[in-house]
Write a protein that binds this ligand. Sequence first.
Ligand SMILES: Nc1ncnc2c1ncn2[C@@H]1O[C@H](COP(=O)(O)OP(=O)(O)OP(=O)(O)O)[C@@H](O)[C@H]1O
Ligand SMILES: [Mg+2]
Length: 377
Amino acid sequence: MQLTISDVFKRFGSIEALRGVNFDAEPGEFFALLGPSGAGKTTLLRIIAGIEQADRGRVLLDGRDVADIPVRARDTAMVFQTFALYPHLSTFENLAYPLREARIGSNEVKKRVGEIAEMLRLSHALSRKPGTLSGGEQQRCAIGRALIRRPRLLLLDEPLTNLDAKLRHDTRAEFKRLHRELRDTTIIYATPDQLEALSMGRRIGVLREGRIVQIGAPQRLYTEPLDEFVASLVGDPPINLIAATLADVGGNRTLQLPFVDIDAAPWEATLSQYPSGARFMVGVRPQAIAPAADAGEAAPGPEFPARVFLTEPLGDVTILNIVAGADQRLKMVLPQERAYGIAKDASFDCTLRNDEICLFAQETGMAIRRNWASPTT
Ligand SMILES: Nc1ncnc2c1ncn2[C@@H]1O[C@H](COP(=O)(O)OP(=O)(O)OP(=O)(O)O)[C@@H](O)[C@H]1O
Ligand SMILES: [Mg+2]
């Protein structure tokens, strides 16, 4: 189903929950809605589902205004953030509930419940009540109940929030499989977790205080965030943000960071409007900092001295918390085998990978485009 959100506003008393939201999702698309707590995700999903009315703006399903479509004919299902199963009913009856409501015959109910239970790996638990299911099984039961009427639009509100880390990991993979199997069901998946959004969404809309600040493919958000907010939200550990000043050094425009100077030429198309002395924030991903000794021939960047003050080994990688130059704290990430032997107080030279640096205007937080930046986002 094609979904169009056009200029949607919603206010609760003095709180402006949605302040002009616009986006489209294509039939069969997996669209992630990423935003911190309070950004307006649930409000937006409830409006799409037709449970809540927008103050202004329109929601179109296949080009028809949702307000004009009777609830039963909307072909939309929502899995709520706090999913509620009927505690006195078995898994089978929980799954069957929407079909019974629609007065579907019992043979058909049996068949459809069997299919959905198989797909969601619940066949073993059909006779049990929700209280005896694991968290993941309960979650899948709630999802099954939403899917059983074969909605063409599926709204998922933080469906993994109540699961432990391992189960989240497995269920993420399961959602991707589910999406492939459902083919033309459009999925809108709301989450505050960037990893979930990046790993599952074909596109991601970043919601901040009731507005979409950027829509794009995962890689695009990561490499070309439109502002500091998106840059900080996407990526783990979070991007390093470092204050910098534009300067003229021997006729070359240079960004002066507290611990190193970098060539401003890659942004000059935009920076030419800024005078020397203008202030910026430089964004450097922890993955874009490496020991100078490792940089090799690939895009050697400027070097600076660093000292380790904390190591966080995570198994496959280690996060190094370093002091660059005199007192700039940064995080960098190294593969575990490379970090082996690097301890607190170790000192070595580092480099920044030039082509992975992001630049933001200090006052507005908006990205300064690179000379080669893609034309639109
Ligand atoms: N019924 C309501 N009455 C008053 N304020 C509300 C109501 N529903 C939502 N809000 C407010 O609107 C804003 C957006 O809330 P919403 O639940 O949509 O956020 P969210 O992105 O889903 O957050 P979370 O990740 O915590 O679930 C919040 O400031 C919230 O307090
Ligand atoms: Mg919510």
